[in-house]
Design a protein around this ligand. Structure first.
Ligand SMILES: [Zn+2]
Length: 188
């Protein structure tokens, strides 16, 4: 409560107006936050555009713009967080942390595959051109995705498909990672 009353007195003090001026977010910082989320809403099941820059801890409290406290959200998720409080702060912190883990660990196609499974919870496989396998390398290496050929699924692959496309199954581990990501739990 003391913090609230302190804020109130600062706001009502005409000499303290400079304290209440909120500077614009520096362009480079804004760009970094947008790039981190791929210019889409950072909520893994949303991923809508356009996006706004949101403060995880409100600007009124921190009074600074820092990368770790900023996250890209669509207007709807921004409202759900700031106004409706449907997403809590710890969850938002974890979304931000997971964004960083996934960005550091995986490439663009891998992130797209993870997003696909996040958006389609009933799907457990995906067909992709076999020539792109190198771009799925870390999902395969980490055991989140597995090449379905030779695992009882090759029967579904036509001769034409074996040349052009490969079926990749989402593993139990892959499903767990996606569930954690969706539910704002820590991804190890
Ligand atoms: Zn959103």
């Amino acid at each position: 409560m003391s913090r609230g009353s302190k804020r109130k007195s600062q706001r009502s003090d005409p000499l303290n107006t400079a304290f209440n001026v909120r500077p614009a977010i520096p362009r480079q910082l804004e760009r970094d936050v947008l790039v981190e989320a791929g210019h889409r809403c950072a909520i893994p099941t949303c991923k809508q555009t356009p996006v706004e820059i949101a403060h995880i801890i409100p600007w009124e409290t921190v009074r600074e713009h820092t990368f770790n406290n900023l996250i890209a959200l669509c207007p709807n998720c921004h409202d759900r967080y700031d106004k409706k409080h449907e997403i809590d702060r710890n969850a938002m912190r974890q979304y931000k942390a997971n964004l960083s883990v996934i960005n550091q660990r995986y490439g663009d196609l891998e992130k797209r595959v993870l997003e696909y499974f996040a958006e389609h919870p009933n799907e457990d496989y995906i067909w992709l051109p076999s020539s792109l396998e190198i771009l799925l390398w870390y999902l395969l290496k980490d055991g989140l995705l597995v090449d379905a050929i030779g695992r009882g699924f090759s029967i579904h692959i036509s001769i034409r498909d074996t040349y052009s496309q490969k079926r990749y199954n989402l593993t139990t581990k892959g499903r767990e990672v996606i569930q954690k990501w969706i539910n704002a739990k820590e991804i190890e």
